[in-house]
Design a protein around this ligand. Structure first.
Ligand SMILES: [Zn+2]
Length: 399
């Protein structure tokens, strides 16, 4: 079946357009498109938002839903790491695939079409989770664009096996190399290993950085300097960056300028950090989220993503980016019209472009988009709009 979807609102160009889909491809985008043949079904979108789908730039599919099996009683990061370490010893590839599939299906249902997931590699799990995700990346490739980050959650400096498996994962075809320097006594050594691997295999870097309320922990500064020194400008992403929020703004301005020069993508994970951070504060408990609004004001294209979903690190999460930006709106004091418009972009066009996904609805491309049951970005967040329709397997399906 071919389609003309009339009156779709394209929010990034602020235009109402018709879209003609022929044999599953976007044949034409224009005004007043009319059907000349009988095999075209016409659907009036009535100015509803049409986008390429949402982009979840930071997930942990290998850990997702473990919280439903093993409970983190204290809720602390310490207990989460301890639970994961025990659980990983018995984790199988099939278990990883089964839990990941549930989240991939849920994310798809909620409008996500592009995602990046960090996947642990170490001496316990070895390459089982990587194998699982490489198979799922292939299995879902028609509907979801998945990027895999090989992630040494337990560190590499003291553990040569982790470095070995990290390199094996790169040989197997993961998309990026990850890191978590704060876990090491010598974070610079950790980052040097990651940069060396990234350059050897010509992949981008995505590290967990400064997930702490400690104002003195500012590894982001070292990351910025190393990014420039290694000629990796525009190829590095830093997740969390919580400690920036524990500092006075004038003190971190040089770091902000460094982030800009190094073109580092900053990903904020509000759901997990609101839950994990600030636990040591006895009064005026901090929110623990990187200063999103300030970073945006300074011209840094911040991204919002899910992070942990119902695992030992965070008992919540529905792989739903409209829900995630609502949490961000509360946590980051971003409720004005401009703020909400920006938040919408942070889980769609900004993340899509910054993280290297082909994020565009254009003529000649495969039709794999979503239509939200809302006519403005602001409305879609405040009302937590449902998916009105989506295009899949050459059919426009409405919910
Ligand atoms: Zn993470």
């Amino acid at each position: 079946m071919n389609y003309i979807l009339k009156n779709g609102y394209f929010p990034f160009t602020d235009e109402i357009k018709d879209i003609y889909i022929k044999d599953g491809l976007v044949e034409k985008i224009g005004d007043d498109l009319e059907s000349t043949t009988l095999d075209v079904k016409v659907v009036d979108l009535k100015n509803r938002i049409i986008i390429n789908g949402f982009v979840d730039g930071h997930m942990h599919l290998d850990k997702a839903l473990i919280g439903e099996k093993v409970m983190n009683k204290s809720g602390t990061l310490f207990e989460a790491i301890e639970i994961m370490s025990r659980y990983k010893s018995n984790m199988t590839k099939e278990d990883v695939k089964a839990r990941s599939r549930k989240i991939l299906d849920l994310a798809y249902k909620n409008g996500t079409r592009f995602l990046r997931t960090h996947i642990d590699v170490d001496h316990k799990i070895q390459l089982k989770s990587i194998e699982a995700l490489l198979e799922l990346r292939e299995e879902y490739k028609e509907v979801l664009d998945i990027q895999i980050v090989a992630f040494p959650q337990d560190g590499i400096n003291q553990n040569s096996k982790s470095q070995f498996y990290l390199e094996e994962a790169l040989k197997m075809g993961v998309d990026l190399v990850g890191g978590i320097p704060a876990i090491e006594e010598d974070p610079i050594k950790h980052m040097n290993i990651i940069f060396d691997l990234a350059m050897k295999y010509d992949v981008d870097i995505d590290m967990h950085i400064d997930e702490t309320d400690d104002p003195k922990s500012l590894i982001i500064k070292d990351l910025g300097e190393m990014t420039i020194a290694n000629g990796y400008i525009g190829r590095v992403t830093a997740g969390h960056c919580c400690s920036l929020a524990a500092n006075e703004r004038e003190d971190i301005l040089p770091i902000i300028n460094l982030i800009k020069r190094a073109k580092i993508n900053i990903i904020s994970l509000p759901s997990t950090n609101l839950y994990l951070q600030g636990r040591g504060d006895k009064k005026n408990i901090r929110r623990g989220i990187t200063p999103v609004k300030y970073l945006i004001e300074e011209g840094i294209p911040v991204i919002i993503a899910s992070d942990n979903i119902r695992d030992p690190f965070n008992p919540f999460g529905n792989a739903n980016l409209l829900e995630e930006v609502l949490i961000a709106a509360h946590g980051c004091h971003m409720g004005g019209e401009e703020d909400l418009n920006k938040l919408f972009d942070m889980v769609s066009i900004i993340s899509g472009e910054s993280l290297g996904f082909g994020y565009e609805i254009k003529e000649g491309k495969k039709a794999n988009f979503i239509v939200l049951d809302a006519v403005t970005k602001v409305d879609s967040i405040i009302r937590q709009a449902n998916i009105f329709g989506y295009f899949a397997e050459n059919i426009f399906r409405t919910n």
